[in-house]
Ligand binder design. Structure first.
Ligand SMILES: Cc1cc2nc3c(=O)[nH]c(=O)nc-3n(C[C@H](O)[C@H](O)[C@H](O)COP(=O)(O)O)c2cc1C
Length: 313
């Protein structure tokens, strides 16, 4: 709760997720800042909560450059889940937990259920505020390596395995929009014990070709699409998920302005994930989005976020 806001008569935008208070609903999405110091700095700059880059058991070097390219309405990225691996990530997490001014969401990623469980067990011991499962990567145990989050049963299996070892740390299932029926996946992860859902991860993959060199621009050729182009997909996914689950949703995908944030809250989000907008508007984007939300709410005579949450249904 921000004292200054209350005393100055400004709106209170704080939200509670599984008992954890965020000063405002903005959440820095995973992968936008990698270095712990950048994440700590973001936590001092108006965001409601920060999410780490997804961590895997072993170090991953990532794909060849360029890893991010801009197009007219968004970005394509193929970073290849570059991260320092579990041991180094644990050290970095300790630093973030002692220095960050906001709750910390630790994102984990794996190719096998057993690896998700190992990561969850070791990270839960450090007591981050939330544990987020990046379920968008290939499951090497499935036929053709289908991503976990494209299969309801397999997503549920991962959530169940993680919940066995996550102790009191709330578990977020982060879903991919690249499915026929996101409702089915959302219901399955809720039933398996997920405490929250985050939606959406990137759309695609997509491709951008440089017509002068006649070559795909990304080092990896194909990459996930993010930014304003995917906002309607994110809004629809959150709207669909809200209809079938009771757990809170961190909703995002292309959210760039306060009005976008209001829109996804009206679809059913409790908190608002913000990623590519950091590239478009800079590090003060969280404060600016909150101000824009307040302006919209005051004009509309809304006094709290509760009045707009799910209002589009
Ligand atoms: C450069 C980049 C790296 C990303 N890395 C991760 C990651 O490590 N784990 C993850 O769950 N999502 C990752 N994402 C996806 C974002 O967290 C987010 O779900 C997606 O970009 C949609 O939000 P946006 O349109 O606001 O960027 C990454 C996105 C970008 C642009």
């Amino acid at each position: 709760m921000v004292k200054t806001k209350k005393s100055s008569g400004l709106l209170d935008l704080s939200v509670k997720l599984c008992g954890v208070v965020l000063e405002n609903p903005t959440v820095l999405f995973s992968g936008i800042y990698e270095a712990p110091q950048d994440l700590i700095n973001a936590s001092k700059n108006g965001v409601g909560a920060i999410t780490t880059k997804s961590v895997s058991i072993n170090l991953r070097e990532g794909y060849q450059q360029p890893r991010i390219v801009k197009f007219d309405h968004g970005f394509l990225n193929a970073v290849g889940l570059k991260n320092p691996g579990l041991e180094k990530a644990k050290e970095e997490l300790k630093k973030m937990l002692s220095e960050a001014k906001t709750p910390v969401i630790t994102s984990i990623v794996a190719n096998k259920t057993s690896e998700f469980q190992k990561l969850a067990k070791e990270i839960a011991e450090l007591k981050p505020h939330f544990l987020e499962l990046n379920l968008s990567c290939p499951n090497v145990e499935a036929e053709f390596g289908r991503p976990f989050a494209t299969d309801a049963k397999i997503s549920a299996k991962v959530v169940k395995a993680v919940k066995k070892v996550s102790k009191k740390v709330p578990v977020i299932a982060k879903l991919t929009p690249n499915v026929l029926d996101i409702k089915e996946i959302a219901k399955a992860v809720e039933k398996a014990g997920a405490d929250l859902i985050s939606a959406i991860n990137t759309v695609g993959p997509g491709m951008v070709i440089d017509i002068k060199t006649k070559k795909p621009k990304l080092g990896n050729k194909r990459g996930g699409v993010s930014g304003p182009a995917i906002k309607p997909v994110a809004i629809r996914c959150v709207y669909d998920i809200y209809e079938v689950v009771k757990i809170p949703i961190i909703g995002g995908g292309g959210i760039t302005t306060g009005e976008d944030a209001v829109e996804i809250i009206m679809a059913g989000a409790t908190a608002v994930g913000i990623g590519s907008a950091v590239y478009l508007r800079g590090r003060n984007v969280f404060t600016e989005i909150c101000k824009e939300m307040e302006t919209f709410m005051k004009k509309g005579g809304y006094k709290s976020l509760k009045e707009i949450r799910g209002a589009a249904h």
